[in-house]
Write a protein that binds this ligand. Structure first.
Ligand code: XIL
Length: 332
């Protein structure tokens, strides 16, 4: 790991985090993590399928490893995530072989499971995990009510969000509670998330911050749209975090490079520069920015939306600084 280049966390006015990938025993990555970042997000280890694979059976080996590692290195930890439609075991939405439906009894059962899960998982890391993505990707801007039709919504309506935040607040009053979503840079998604957060906060639901995942590519969406989103939510008086930043080298879902051309990596560097220029301008509204990965050797984009080479982060697969890193650190 290079020691003769500036630490990313030293050149930015907000916490800078990185996500640790699936089943990642950090190894050499731990040096890169401790040197450049002051926050860690376990990318998978705190998902419901990892922590409570069967009802009442909790498995915390991987999450304990990552949380303890971060704390030993004086880092903050972001918890991800307590209620999501993905990476949630099937049993959560079933009663034996029967799928739960929108009856009062099934709704009560599902909300009790959510309550018990949050009390067990957040309770374990009380005082250790300072920020939680309490709910993730609950909005669907293509629906009149703006809500994704996951079992969470079809069975409980908005109550799973109300319950998740209220139980989270009860379990660890000091934790910052986040409603996290993607594509919030796009006008219609931005508006749908904004309306939901404004309405729930007006009811007294304790949403402390909005998380913008910011999974973008080298061209789209415009940096000005990202800035517009941060300015809009600033008007709500709610904190904001960038939670899963990465910059794909593709502008479509079908292309695939055998080797990414140097000029594309240079373009990615300029893109990181313009995005972090926005973050610096909006620093008073952002408490942290997290990259969704440490280095290009472990990124979810290598299998999403298709399997292909897609190096979206600041360090390459040899953990060396890329033009993307210099775009962040040396914006001159
Ligand atoms: C991804 C992980 O990085 C992958 O390892 C996993 O296989 C799929 O999920 N939005 C989210 C993250 O909130 O949880 C997802 O992370 C990426 C999209």
């Amino acid at each position: 790991v290079q020691t003769d280049i500036p630490a990313v966390k030293d050149v930015l006015p907000f916490d800078v985090g990185a996500a640790a990938g699936r089943a990642q025993t950090l190894g050499e990555h731990s040096e890169l993590l401790a040197r450049h970042f002051d926050s860690l997000t376990p990318g998978n280890a705190l998902e419901w399928d990892a922590t409570e694979p069967r009802e009442g059976e909790f498995t915390f080996a991987e999450s304990d490893y990552l949380v303890d590692h971060a704390l030993r290195n004086g880092m903050k930890v972001r918890g991800h995530t307590l209620a999501w439609h993905s990476q949630t075991p099937d049993w959560v939405f079933k009663d034996g072989d029967r799928d739960l439906t929108a009856t009062p009894a099934d709704k009560a059962l599902l909300l009790k499971r959510l309550t018990d899960h949050i009390r067990a998982v957040m309770g374990r890391y009380k005082g250790k995990i300072g920020t939680w993505d309490v709910v993730n990707e609950v909005v669907d801007e293509n629906r009149p009510d703006g809500m994704r039709r996951s079992p969470w919504f079809t069975i409980t309506g908005y109550d799973f969000i109300r319950t998740a935040f209220r139980v989270a607040r009860q379990v660890d009053p000091a934790a910052r509670l986040v409603l996290n979503d993607y594509n919030t840079e796009l006008p219609r998604k931005r508006r749908a998330v904004y309306d939901l957060v404004r309405r729930l906060r007006a009811e007294g639901v304790p949403i402390d911050a909005v998380g913008h995942q910011v999974h973008v590519n080298i061209e789209y969406p415009a940096a000005a749209e990202i800035e517009k989103t941060i300015e809009l939510f600033a008007g709500l008086g709610v904190d904001q975090q960038v939670t899963e930043l990465d910059v794909s080298v593709y502008t479509d879902f079908v292309s695939s490079y055998a080797t990414v051309p140097a000029e594309v990596l240079a373009e990615q560097g300029h893109r990181y520069k313009e995005i972090f220029d926005v973050f610096r301008r909006q620093a008073s509204h952002l408490s942290s920015v997290t990259l969704w990965g440490l280095a290009d050797d472990d990124t979810w984009l290598s299998s999403f939306p298709i399997t292909r080479l897609d190096p979206p982060l600041l360090f390459d697969d040899e953990l060396q600084a890329k033009p993307a890193y210099w775009g962040v650190v040396d914006p001159a």
